[in-house]
Design a protein around this ligand. Sequence first.
Ligand code: PHE
Length: 343
Amino acid sequence: MQDQINQYTVEIEEFAPANAAQLEEYRIRFLGTKGIVKDLFEQFKAVSPEEKRVLGKVLNQFKQLAEAKYNEFKDGFESEGQNGAADIDLTLPGEGFAVGSRHPLSLVRNEIIDIFKRLGFVVAEGPEIEDDWHNFSALNFPEEHPARDMQDTFFIKKEAGNDIALRTHTSSVQVRMMEQGKPPFRAIMPGRVYRNEAISARAHCFFHQVEGLYIDENVSFADLKQTLFHFVTELYGEGTKVRFRPSYFPFTEPSAEMDISCTICKGSGCNMCKYTGWVEILGCGMVDPNVLENCGIDSKKYTGFAFGMGIERIANLKWVIRDLRLFSENDVRFLRQFKTEII
Ligand code: PHE
């Protein structure tokens, strides 16, 4: 038995496993339940008492040696096993994930909302499918007005006096608001609107508007001018000039169109302003007393102004987008160009 132990001792001392599998083989051979150490202890039971005194010590030392060898390598191989592979490079950069960006029209819409919110305007919304009353009649559109024509409006249902159509402007939300509430009103109406136009670089069958309504006692055209002047100064910066040109809308009297000094060339003349230095950005006017009365508001007591602008146009004057179709084609190469911070 002493000889056997000497032989195994040499074997253990020389043992140097190259991998976890060799170490496991060693463990089973020496330390396993049917391994050499166990076997020697079995044999030990049968030796004479005198021999036991000498051999007991030798056998215990052998067992410790066998275990020490195993423990020496165990940790090294264990940690390697957990990492999967020893050659992972922890300094490599991680895999980035794509962060989306806000749609340019959302960015502009939010900016417009922000400016008017600071002036105390609330945001109002309404349905995109409207009846004749809210889109036209209440707004003082005469029966024969061309906007009511099939050429301009997408009708869903044609029925004498009760046409259903896709709204052509968000003025319909103003009507709903005036009908449902009591003055004063101070609100803006952002939303998608539809017009029956051939799609091209300069026109689309749908676009986006922000309209506004302010109704109270003693509201004047001066309030309208100051509000809109403040708005463009906030939007395009100090020094932006405005001018009002007389215009016509069925629902306002007097009506005007507002131009601003060209944001691209600052008035010196470019393609955008067709070398005039001015660009039109919105329609506005004092709410026609007929509209107030149609919506149940006392037009002797209350006056107000309204305005409406296309968001695409405002965005165009910011970023010079030559083709309107880009806004709705979902081409990420276009969409990625706009700042990503969440507004
Ligand atoms: N509703 C008009 C349009 O769609 C815009 C407008 C709103 C004009 C309010 C004047 C007052 O073009």
